[in-house]
Design a protein around this ligand. Structure first.
Ligand code: F6P
Length: 545
């Protein structure tokens, strides 16, 4: 049981891809477009409200065939099956991985240790529905009888980034509740966040899967003390809720058991927004929108599980990442949404992608002999065009990028949207075609620029082009399409983990720093340093002086 260990670099497909890479590394996409009128037709997928055009990549039909061979050789199909059937594929933590169950239909069956978890999931969903509904409609009130106006989500990592990203993305759909996020253990973050809040009208949701995370517990304690300056101990029951697997610790903290929303260890923190971690989402945009978000994700789950790989968006995008990461040596990928609403998508994906696939030990327990997890980054267009696009266009690095755009804007101002989208289309076109010396020369001549200046400027104005992009053109930004989009990236992460033969669902790499921070905090408290390396010693002495 669990996932098999198949070193991708030992597969026939990998060998073939290596050889094929030598044919492809200098191939010009412009030429491939010129030679094949059907290219865009061949390399795009239409699904539901999505059109994914991946024709602007350095691939041909053979590349795709070999990448699909790789997926077959590493048993990706079986791995997907294993995940959906509740097998303990998170082997280093001995857990199933079933975030997909959180958005499944009530009569679906998802088994953990032979037990169907759907009834538990729906019990929690109902609890979220009732609680959020009561707060939004003013049926539950604060300790002085006033309606709630604000919600503070206290959590970090997966207990913060998901709801924060979704609520930012769905601002258009928000209700009267203002949701704030406190995550950093930086006291200035907490005090800045609560300084204008009224304890009488603020609800606090403490979100921590383990309920042992230093940042979250410190922030929750600080906020509880701040709250108790105006309220009594028994008022905590009205103003504090918790989302956790650790019910005992939550009750020790003083939160009423009635206000506890359970999570399960078979959902990883960074994949948890679909369950009780999404309570702040249900509060901020209402339960119906939260449900639509889940429905969008569920549709993508079905697509991922059932579509043949050549029509499977997460699989095709995962394979393209492998192509650039492992054969072209590209180290990073950019995600550029053309909507300001998705400004938190890249930070959200950074945890999802890098905490999952930033691994160097294969599933056989030995160091891998190939590259794994990519670095992901990005900012919305058009802002990013005026920031880092220079480097993508004319720098020395190959940076594959996903462009995400919407056919319709939400406020419906066509003039703005046409400008936004013309930039969206123009950028991928520019990255593909670049600008040749001849084109630059023509422009100079037309502008009447003298020969000497022309000669000097010419090389700086040439764009090499041939830069790969995927274009995701989506109908409009709704809770449903957002759910599908996020689930798309989740499945891409999983598929990549299988292709790289790593365990995507643990995160041991975050532990060491936490342990050392505890030691140092203890030493700072006692004002007594033990032995550190010379650099750390120097810094700590300076801090303590
Ligand atoms: O950063 C490590 C991590 O364990 C994440 O995976 C998780 O999302 C975050 O810390 C918060 O953990 P918790 O929800 O247990 O407070």
């Amino acid at each position: 049981m669990g996932l098999p260990s198949i070193n991708p670099s030992g597969t026939q497909a990998w060998q073939n891809l290596r050889e094929h890479f030598f044919d492809m590394q200098y191939v010009s996409m412009q030429e491939m477009f010129a030679q094949d009128e059907q290219r865009a037709e061949k390399f795009h997928i239409e699904w539901d409200k999505f059109l994914v055009d991946y024709s602007k990549n350095r691939i041909n039909e053979k590349t795709l065939r070999l990448l699909l061979d790789l997926a077959a050789e590493v048993n990706l199909k079986e791995a997907i099956q294993a995940q959906f059937s509740g097998e303990k594929i998170n082997q280093t933590e001995d857990r199933s991985v079933l975030h997909v169950a959180l958005r499944a239909l009530e009569n679906d069956v998802f088994l953990v240790d032979g037990k169907n978890v759907m009834p538990e999931i729906y019990a929690v969903k109902n609890k979220i529905k009732n609680f959020a509904g009561d707060i939004v409609e003013g049926k539950r009130k604060g300790f002085t009888g006033k309606n709630f106006t604000d919600v503070v989500n206290i959590g970090i990592g997966g207990s913060d980034l998901g709801p924060a990203m979704v609520l930012e993305s769905l601002r258009f759909y928000k209700n009267h509740l203002n949701v704030h996020f406190v995550s950093n253990v930086d006291g200035d973050h907490v005090y800045e966040s609560i300084k204008n809040l009224n304890p009488e009208t603020t609800l606090f949701v403490v979100v921590s899967k383990t309920f042992t995370t230093q940042e979250t517990l410190s922030n929750a304690e600080t906020i509880r003390n701040w709250f108790l300056r105006s309220a009594k101990q028994e008022d905590i029951a009205k103003h504090f809720a918790a989302v956790s697997t650790n019910i005992q610790k939550v009750t020790e903290f003083g939160i009423d058991a009635e206000n506890v929303f359970p999570m399960w260890d078979w959902v990883g923190g960074r994949f948890s927004l679909w369950g009780a971690v999404g309570l702040s989402i249900a509060l901020g945009v209402g339960y119906d929108n939260y449900e639509k978000l889940l429905e969008g994700a569920r549709k993508m789950d079905v697509h991922f599980k059932e579509s043949p790989f050549n029509e499977n968006i997460p699989v095709v995008l995962a394979l393209l990442t492998v192509w650039y990461n492992n054969f072209f040596g590209a180290e990073t990928e950019a995600v550029i949404p053309y909507t300001q609403y998705l400004q938190k998508l890249a930070p959200y994906l950074q945890q999802g992608i890098m905490e999952s696939n930033g691994k160097s030990i294969g599933r056989d327990g030995f160091p891998v002999n190939y590259q794994t997890g990519t670095i992901v980054w990005g900012e919305p267009g058009t802002n990013s065009q005026h920031a880092f696009f220079q480097l993508i266009h004319q720098g020395t690095k190959l940076i594959p990028a996903d462009f995400i755009g919407f056919k319709k804007s939400l406020y419906g101002n066509k003039e703005h949207h046409d400008k936004l989208m013309s930039n969206f289309f123009a950028q991928t076109e520019a990255l593909l075609n670049g600008k040749t010396a001849e084109q630059v020369k023509d422009e100079f001549v037309k502008a009447g620029i003298e020969e000497e200046k022309l000669k000097f400027l010419l090389p700086f104005k040439v764009f090499e082009g041939n830069k790969p992009t995927n274009t995701l053109l989506i109908e409009s930004l709704t809770p449903e399409t957002l759910g599908s989009l996020v689930a798309l990236y989740e499945h891409k992460i999983f598929a990549q983990g299988i292709l790289w033969n790593i365990f995507s669902y643990d995160q041991w790499g975050v532990e060491l720093g936490k342990q050392l921070a505890d030691t140092i905090l203890n030493e700072i408290g006692k004002n007594k340093l033990t032995k550190h390396d010379a650099s750390t010693n120097l810094l700590l002495h300076k801090y303590l002086k």
